[in-house]
Design a protein around this ligand. Structure first.
Ligand SMILES: [Ca+2]
Ligand SMILES: [Ca+2]
Length: 314
């Protein structure tokens, strides 16, 4: 009888142990303020241009990084962005054909790209007809000259290079998302979603994202209320609770840009995703969940920013 009692106690203790083990396995993942948990993507086949492998669950910022957030980073670290530094010909000459003569010093001064509407732009392949190099343009002066981010604290930071975006996310204890993670998250739980907001055509979606309505680059009808950046999270989130996955600003991804599916990697270029306030149906349509663009990692522009990702903590 004594043995039976002992056996019963041992069985009960073992079952309790198993139950505790189970509980530890099923503990919910700790939430992280300002981030959304993006569930794993189990399928291994392509569902878009970039997603080719299963993706473990991860966290992604709900919002694009704002000017106020980037200022806190700079204030804490004295970080100097790429656009605030003069170009060093010795460092960049390998990107040009051999024996290219050095440009005049005036072209190597600190600056970045700024968009200018062009009523005469005929060739939509010639981006130089609406982008120009603005000396003195940087994240604090997004359009150079006397421009400022005063009053734009809650707008996305722009004029940051890939290295700047990388440094910011690292300072936050985070990282940049991979292209595959970004695309998976943009779909918001609907693998066939054409846009982060669903399948409504852009012509009836000016209340869903900040992009360009009307013919680019001649006439911006501003039906969404903004000619340039908008405050982050101004429009409704996608199915995963993420804001501005379509439009407002392009977002740097971790990946070097490679032509897909197995094309060459373009030197010094990285993937940007989601489109910006400059994307229109007659041009890049970057707000489609599958669309991607290559951007020179060392050059800032006033329509590119970032958001950060994070692995699930152990
Ligand atoms: Ca707009
Ligand atoms: Ca965006």
């Amino acid at each position: 009888m004594k043995n039976q009692h002992l056996m019963a106690v041992l069985v009960a203790a073992f079952l309790l142990f198993l139950s505790c083990e189970n509980n530890s396995v099923q503990q919910p993942i700790r939430q992280i303020p300002g981030m959304q948990l993006i569930p794993e993507q189990q399928r291994s086949e392509n569902i878009g241009k970039a997603v080719a492998h299963p993706i473990p669950a991860f966290f992604l910022d709900q919002r694009e990084v704002t000017n106020a957030e980037f200022k806190a980073f700079v204030d804490a670290t004295d970080y100097l962005t790429t656009a605030e530094q003069d170009l060093d010909w010795e460092q960049i000459k390998s990107q040009f054909p051999p024996n290219t003569p050095p440009p005049p010093d005036s072209l190597l001064k600190a600056g970045a790209l700024v968009f200018q509407p062009n009523l005469n732009a005929i060739d939509l392949q010639n981006e130089l007809s609406w982008w120009h190099w603005e000396r003195g343009a940087n994240w604090k002066q997004p359009e150079g000259g006397n421009s400022t981010i005063e009053g734009l604290e809650n707008h996305p930071v722009v004029q940051i290079s890939h290295a700047d975006a990388h440094a910011y996310c690292q300072w936050k204890g985070k990282r940049l998302p991979t292209e595959a993670e970004w695309e998976w998250a943009a779909k918001g739980g609907n693998p066939s979603a054409i846009y982060p907001w669903g399948d409504d055509a852009p012509g009836s979606a000016s209340d869903k994202a900040n992009f360009w309505q009307g013919p680019f680059p001649w006439k911006n009808q501003e039906l969404d209320g903004f000619a340039k950046t908008s405050p982050v999270a101004h429009y409704p989130p996608n199915g995963y609770g993420l804001y501005d996955m379509a439009g407002n600003v392009w977002e740097w991804c971790e990946d070097p840009y490679q032509e897909l599916p197995e094309g060459p990697v373009i030197a010094n270029h990285f993937v940007i995703r989601g489109g910006s306030f400059l994307c229109a149906e007659n041009y890049c349509s970057g707000y489609r969940t599958r669309n991607r663009l290559a951007a020179d990692g060392q050059i800032g522009s006033n329509h590119t920013g970032c958001r950060c990702a994070m692995d699930i903590p152990d």
